[in-house]
Design a protein around this ligand. Structure first.
Ligand code: BES
Ligand code: ZN
Ligand code: ZN
Length: 496
């Protein structure tokens, strides 16, 4: 799909589909909307008057074609004018593209006035992100009904304003970010037999050529063994698929410290010997969503080229049950020498992340963020509305909270009280990976990870709650969500 920004567009009958926005609680139309209203014989004023269309966020309405109008007219809601935010624009763009797909349109023209409420660059970016994310559909395995595939080929965003070039810049940025989210969704939606750690690594190799500025380092099980990554290897030993620590380095500034991104990449989580129930176990193909978000973020970083150094570590393995699988009661030692008693083999995320975090500490990082589908308890706490954020540094937590306000990828803080240390005491080792006490599971998981970050400012994003959506709305589509990419890209690029 091509997304273009243009400064001027003549309204004519020859256009296939024209889309315009309407604010809630006001009958006054933007000048661009007024022109479309005239073209469609006053239908927009009519639906407003009859309150058939209120202009709420995510609301759309299809106008009927008149004698001199384009074939299709789409009206989308922009919510309250005084509180217009970027997420409303993102959702609006997504709803428009979904509606246009249903109408089988090839080309859409979306028209905007200058939004004094939102900076033009942010507006352009949010619209392009919403279009890309809203158009997403995972059809990799479909062999039937191919005629249902994407109809929309081109979207033209008209922005008649003196700050057009800023808007245009935002649009190109938004296309990169939206595509990165869709890449993370694709990786998580892929069947687990088609997305093993090996295939993930091979895919990453194909993503970054010399020009990308991203260097790849692959730690196989032999090297992991030499580095003492036995917490990671203990999880991997039950699978016949070889595990990898995948390391990416984007270092535009020689000698400067880097931001560290660490992702949980369990390509399938059976639970191991502490096996999971069968219901919904197939969703555990998404247990590599953290690593997918990190890889997708790096793909965007390679295109957007921020000045900031960024390094990434993804712990890729399956968690299987077999004659060679790790047992409850086993003791393993992580790369920093701490010993861990395995109480529950299904608490494998913290084990693979322990070694990934230790390794990241060797990469000259100034701060780190890990992202993981770590605990089911996260969904109990937050539903599918927000992900949990925990960490050892108030400033870093606050900057992520500020980022999430703009990206719409909601984060909510949970505590890292020292009392949670009680939960992870082992009778035989330094730490236990789980306890019989299931309460406060998300806090426990994060407290465990804190043992592996030394004094480096660090935040942990538990995205288990947002991994998968069972209903679609706006740019959220059914299936794997690609959660984390918007926040991580904004973090790496310093967008606030
Ligand atoms: N991958 C799961 C967590 C999860 C659950 C992610 C649902 C996405 C959706 C994780 O490895 C796990 O099984 N955690 C256990 C930890 C427990 C044994 C301490 C859990 O949450 O039950
Ligand atoms: Zn698990
Ligand atoms: Zn898991």
């Amino acid at each position: 799909m091509i997304i273009k920004a243009v400064k001027k567009q003549v309204l004519a009958q020859s256009l296939e589909c024209v889309a315009v926005g309407v604010f809630e609680k006001t009958t006054q139309l933007m000048s661009s909307t007024e022109a479309v209203n005239t073209l469609f014989g006053g239908q927009i004023s009519a639906i407003q008057k009859k309150k058939v269309f209120k202009g709420k966020s995510k609301e759309t309405f299809v106008l009927s074609a008149g004698e001199k109008s384009p074939e299709w007219g789409l009206v989308f809601g922009l919510g309250d004018k005084d509180n217009l935010d970027v997420d409303t624009l993102r959702h609006a763009a997504a709803e428009v593209i979904k509606q246009a797909e249903r109408l089988r349109c090839k080309k859409i023209v979306m028209i905007f006035d200058d939004f004094s409420e939102v900076a033009p660059e942010m507006a352009g970016q949010a619209l392009a992100e919403g279009l890309e994310m809203g158009a997403y559909c995972f059809d990799h395995y479909r062999t039937q009904n191919q005629e249902d595939k994407h109809a929309v080929q081109e979207v033209v965003l008209v922005f008649e304003s003196a700050s057009f070039s800023k808007f245009e810049h935002g649009v190109s940025r938004g296309c990169v970010v939206g595509n990165a989210v869709n890449l993370a969704r694709d990786l998580a939606n892929m069947a687990p037999n088609d997305l093993t750690p090996q295939i993930f690594v091979d895919f990453a190799k194909g993503l970054f050529d010399k020009k990308s500025g991203v260097a790849i380092e692959i730690i196989d099980s032999k090297k992991a063994h030499a580095l003492g990554m036995n917490a990671f290897l203990g999880v991997a030993q039950g699978s016949i698929e070889p595990p990898y620590m995948l390391v990416l380095k984007y270092l535009p500034q020689k000698g400067k410290k880097a931001l560290g991104l660490i992702g949980k990449g369990v390509t399938f989580d059976t639970g191991g010997i502490s096996i999971k129930p069968s219901a919904k176990m197939s969703e555990m193909k998404g247990d590599m969503s953290g690593a997918a978000a990190v890889l997708a973020t790096m793909s965007a970083v390679a295109k957007l080229k921020p000045a900031q150094n960024v390094v990434a570590v993804m712990a890729l393995t399956e968690n299987m049950c077999s004659g060679n699988a790790q047992r409850p009661g086993d003791v393993v030692s992580a790369m920093n020498g701490k010993t861990i008693e395995i109480i529950n083999t299904d608490a494998e995320g913290r084990l693979v992340l322990a070694d990934a975090l230790c390794y990241a500490l060797t990469l000259n990082v100034k701060e780190m963020v890990d992202i993981a589908t770590l605990t089911g308890a996260c969904s109990v706490a937050l539903g599918d509305v927000a992900a949990a954020i925990l960490g050892n540094d108030e400033t870093l937590i606050n900057s992520f909270l500020a980022i999430s306000e703009i990206t719409g990828e909601k984060l909510w803080p949970l505590p890292l009280f020292d009392e949670y240390k009680e939960y992870m005491k082992s009778e035989v080792a330094d730490l236990a990976n789980a306890s019989e006490n299931r309460l406060g599971g998300t806090c426990y998981g994060a407290k465990f990870l804190e043992e592996f970050v030394n004094d480096v400012p660090w935040v942990h994003l538990d995205v288990a709650s947002m991994m998968h959506y069972s209903t679609a709305s706006g740019y959220r589509v059914k299936g794997m969500s690609g959660v984390g990419v918007l926040n991580l890209v904004a973090y790496c690029c310093g967008w606030k």
